[in-house]
Design a protein around this ligand. Structure first.
Ligand code: PHE
Length: 341
């Protein structure tokens, strides 16, 4: 009998069940009334008294082992079933992972940076919180001068004045102070003005301003560079025109218009039937500004320009309302995935 017990013990220990049928076979073979262990208990009746003590112990241990093994097999099968391990349907189509797309402002921004990088402009950045000197005074806006009204400002602190920059010209001031000509750089970034929010204006918008300073830089260089930009950005047939304008930091100053991309100059409601769209302000850097920023204006000259990204993208994509950029409506944002590179 001892041999039988040993044999069944090792059988039970090495038993594996990969499904419910095998579990049931285990139960019938070892635990049922007609099972092998029950048979041994019956045979135990004929065991001589001197062996009873030893064999009884082994037999009870075997019975306990069989029950424990059964419980263990049953619970493993159940967890396997509930977590579905072993039942993964590999033919099921995968769940789609939604890919985001670039914001139209980033698309236009990157494209403009790319165009100017190709002709040697570097990219410079600066703080959004500025002091009065970098945003106004160094740029020839005297204190109390009405020119400051052109850029309605969010002041964070008065005297000394700390404010949210109204243009990225403040970055150009920093570049001029910290380096020496030749300077050829563009400054992309977010700017802030205290304007009522409407379809055409917002208190936050983006600009790319450009600056080129060297010996003998003339208005002809300015025109040629911006003409190159307009054709790269809007297509080879684009025409440009310059209208006189005023900025405190440039003299002479101009606004540049491009032929309307929608009607090709014939006149439509996007260009208000003029055939032209205004896309940027520009001019020759005022010698006062160069001197204030530590550049000798008797040796060097330069030009500057400033492009408003929101308005430019509105023209390019025929967007009617500037507020759409900031509302995070996916129906709007998804339309620009492949609009530009
Ligand atoms: N800084 C001007 C603005 O924000 C734009 C500009 C830049 C105009 C450079 C001329 C030259 O309105």
């Amino acid at each position: 009998m001892n041999d039988r017990i040993q044999k069944i013990t090792s059988e039970i220990e090495s038993f594996v069940a990969s499904g419910k049928e095998e579990l049931e076979q285990f139960r019938l073979k070892y635990l049922s009334k007609k099972g092998e262990i029950q048979e041994l208990f019956k045979a135990f009746r004929d065991v001589p008294p001197e062996q009873r003590r030893e064999l009884g112990k082994s037999l009870n241990a075997l019975k306990k082992l069989a029950h424990e093994k059964f419980d263990h097999l049953a619970s493993t099968l159940q967890t396997r079933e509930s977590t579905n391990i072993g039942f993964v349907d590999l033919t099921r189509p995968a769940e789609e992972i939604q890919l985001g797309s670039r914001h139209p402002i980033s698309l236009v921004n990157n494209r403009i940076i790319n165009i100017f990088s190709r002709i040697g402009f570097t990219v410079s950045e600066g703080p959004e919180i500025e002091d009065d000197w970098h945003n106004f005074t160094a740029l020839n806006f005297p204190e109390e001068h009405p020119a400051r009204d052109m850029q309605d400002t969010f002041f964070l602190e008065k005297d000394p004045d700390v404010l949210l920059r109204t243009h990225t010209s403040s970055v150009q001031v920093r570049v001029m102070k910290n380096s020496s000509p030749p300077i050829r750089t563009i400054s992309p970034g977010r700017v802030f003005r205290n304007e009522a929010i409407s379809a055409r204006s917002h208190c936050i918008f983006h600009q790319i301003e450009g600056l080129y300073i060297d010996r003998d830089v003339s208005f002809a260089d300015l025109k040629q560079t911006l003409y190159y930009f307009a054709r790269e950005f809007l297509g080879p047939n684009t025409q440009v025109r310059f209208r006189p304008s005023y900025f405190p930091f440039t003299e002479p100053s101009a606004e540049m218009d491009v032929t309307c991309k929608i009607c090709h100059g014939k006149g439509c409601n996007v260009c208000k039937f003029t055939g032209w769209l205004e896309i940027l302000g520009c001019g020759m850097v005022d010698p006062n500004v160069l001197d204030k920023c530590g550049i000798d204006s008797s040796v060097y000259s330069g030009y500057a320009f400033g492009i408003g990204i929101e308005r430019t993208a509105m023209t390019l994509f025929q967007i009617k309302d500037i507020r759409l950029y900031f509302e995070n409506d996916l129906r709007f944002l998804k339309q620009f995935t492949s609009a530009v590179e």
